[in-house]
Design a protein around this ligand. Structure first.
Ligand code: AMP
Ligand code: MG
Length: 347
């Protein structure tokens, strides 16, 4: 089954053609990151307008790169939630229009499912069920138990900020460029992970909390500079040396990654039948997180991490998720009633 997949949930306009959930026939991503670097963050209205300009050329290129015509495509898949409303609207309306015009079945998929299914792309080994997925992105931090394809049980979630958001906000405090996650990772290379002791939140069960860690970094920076806690965060960066920035970045990254993996270890204790652990979402690009996840702490449980190009937003993962929905018996979406919903649940 060849699926033309479309993704536009945030600031990447993407289309891909995926065969049987794993084989990548084409993959096109147009990122708006350069536009938003100047602003230090995504402006939803600007993102939606950029999607509108890019979406049809991107879809055409995905078909051309795959060497296929519209008649050779079996179905169309699109991200319908969660994401920025205006951004989602461009992708869903495009997919809906194409499904109607070309007479193809339409599958509306959940963005977080797609991030998990990035682990099935390509021709390598695929995860075995039951599995635990650690979904770490700019908007989500969740541990999800999957007993089989398309069965999702959220067993842990953040009670406040997402871990990616925490990377982004700490980067702002340190004066590192947008997007914050990769900037922290780069800056941390020259830093000492033990220089600043940051707290691990005491949250019961498998839930996370990251807002306290962000504030802890803020207080530690103020303290290091001998400034009162009323000093605004935007005034701190000029006073930090490059070495101090690197040490804060390294200490923060180390703590954030340990917090994530401690909860995964706990989830594994609660679900000893688990055969695989999969990482998913933008933060799974983090090298320290990847190394720690694969350092043997999870015993014989195999750890899967998407290839770097599949950790960010892309449409290949949407095609994979849609395929495994189809084989799990999920019915096609009626294009005339497709609505975008600001939902965050994954069921
Ligand atoms: P997503 O929401 O899945 O598109 O992922 C975006 C988030 O991933 C943002 O918060 C980024 O800062 C974060 N991110 C991207 N690359 C890295 C990295 N190498 N280390 C940590 N966070 C990252
Ligand atoms: Mg994403």
């Amino acid at each position: 089954m060849k699926i033309l997949a479309i993704e536009s949930s945030c600031d990447e306009t993407a289309a891909a053609v995926i065969e049987n959930g794993t084989k990548i026939l084409s993959n096109v991503v147009v990122s708006q990151v350069d536009i938003f670097a100047a602003y230090g963050g995504v402006i939803p209205e600007v993102a939606a307008r950029s999607h509108l300009e890019a979406i049809l050329p991107v879809v055409h290129k995905a078909l051309d790169d795959a060497g296929l015509t519209k008649d050779e495509i079996d179905s169309i898949a699109v991200t319908h939630t969660p994401g920025l409303m205006g951004s989602l609207l461009i992708g869903t309306l495009t997919a809906r229009m194409l499904a109607i015009l070309w007479g193809k079945p339409l599958y509306a998929t959940h963005h977080l499912k797609s991030h998990i299914y990035a682990n099935w792309l390509g021709d390598g080994l695929v995860p075995e069920f039951p599995l635990l997925a650690l979904v770490v992105s700019g908007g989500h931090t969740q541990i999800i138990y999957m007993s089989e394809h398309n069965q999702f049980e959220i067993i842990g979630t953040t009670r406040d900020d997402a871990v990616g958001e925490c990377f982004d906000k700490v980067a702002k405090i340190l004066g590192l460029p947008y997007p914050g996650g990769p900037s922290i990772a780069k800056c941390a290379e020259k830093g000492d992970i033990r220089k600043y002791k940051l707290p691990h939140p005491k949250v019961d069960g498998l839930d996370f909390s990251f807002s306290g860690l962000k504030t802890a970094v803020l207080r530690a920076v103020q303290n290091e500079l001998g400034l009162p806690i009323t000093t605004p965060s935007y005034e701190l960066k000029e006073n930090l040396s490059e070495q101090q920035k690197a040490d804060f970045a390294a200490s923060f990254q180390e703590t954030a990654c340990e917090i994530l993996l401690e909860k995964v270890a706990r989830a594994l204790e609660e679900r000893p039948e688990v055969k695989s652990i999969v990482l998913a979402g933008g933060v799974s690009a983090n090298q320290v997180l990847k190394e720690k996840a694969q350092d043997g702490r999870f015993g014989g449980v195999k750890v899967f991490i998407p290839e770097l190009k599949w950790t960010g937003d892309n449409a290949a993962m949407v095609g994979a998720a849609a395929y495994f929905e189809v084989v799990s018996g999920v019915k096609e979406t009626d294009p005339y009633s497709l609505s975008i919903a600001p939902r965050t649940d994954i069921a």
